[in-house]
Design a protein around this ligand. Structure first.
Ligand SMILES: [Zn+2]
Length: 256
């Protein structure tokens, strides 16, 4: 039996190809192109969303700073411009971040992957690995079903205790806008780089909030220019075959 690239268990004896959740906790080394991707498929391509389907987001405004919805829309527009992805804020939700968040939800026409949840929480109130110094943590989730591999959902949890941060996009040093772009960049498939001029730098640094050349190259590599994907079918996940990994992928934006 071929061993999966990350630790997980697949129930034996099931008729259909096992669907597995990949662990994306290890960033690849930054490339010369000025970006890094969070994971690769078995064929070595960057793990990414299907760029020919909308990527849907929902925001929980509980504990969010003023202007959070507007800032999220601005952040999504910036990333959509860089990636060519259709990034859609579908609305608000009362859902709270959770370690064991289901991957799909039912609709009248069948199961769909859950929206990416964007929510604020104090570190003490969440079991997700959000530390007091983090501005936020991103939890992208990829699924493999046979030869189909893609990012399908995720969570972004922002630190409600970071009252030193301010709404808007004035400066990377202290703007929630920069943190949103950075964490959403993780959800879309990008990892950290060392170059402090890129928004995907681990340290927020200071300066204008705009995509750097490396950020743009990375977004192109995981975005629409990379072509459509035949992504995993959410109906497969409903069969109960999915077994989650015990640890969740994460990447926080650390204290500056
Ligand atoms: Zn980060």
């Amino acid at each position: 039996m071929r061993r999966p690239p990350v630790g997980l268990l697949v129930a034996a004896g099931l008729a259909v190809a096992a669907l597995v959740v990949l662990l994306l906790g290890r960033a690849l080394l930054p490339s010369d192109a000025g970006y890094a991707v969070w994971g690769t498929t078995r064929s070595g391509a960057p793990l990414r969303w299907d760029p020919c389907e909308p990527v849907r987001f929902a925001i929980n405004p509980q504990q969010a700073p003023p202007g959070a919805v507007a800032d999220l829309r601005t952040a999504l527009a910036l990333l959509a411009d860089g990636s060519g992805l259709d990034l859609v804020l579908v609305g608000s939700t009362a859902e709270r971040p959770a370690v064991d968040r289901p991957l799909t939800r039912m609709t009248p026409t069948g199961p769909v992957w859950r929206e990416v949840l964007v929510a604020w929480s104090t570190p003490a109130a969440t079991a997700l690995p959000l530390t007091p110094l983090d501005r936020g943590v991103a939890v992208p989730v990829a699924v493999r079903d046979g030869d189909r591999e893609a990012l399908v959902t995720g969570q972004v949890v922002l630190n409600a205790d970071r009252t030193d941060l301010v709404p808007g996009f004035a400066d990377r040093r202290d703007a929630w806008g920069a943190t949103l772009v950075h964490e959403l960049g993780h959800v879309l498939g990008l990892a950290h780089v060392d170059d402090p001029t890129q928004l995907m730098a681990a340290d927020p640094g200071a300066g204008p909030i705009r995509l750097g050349a490396g950020d743009r190259a990375g977004l192109a590599a995981i975005g629409r220019p990379a072509g459509c994907l035949d992504g995993p079918d959410p109906a497969a996940e409903r069969s109960g075959r999915t077994l989650r990994t015990p640890a969740l992928p994460l990447a926080g934006t650390s204290e500056d």
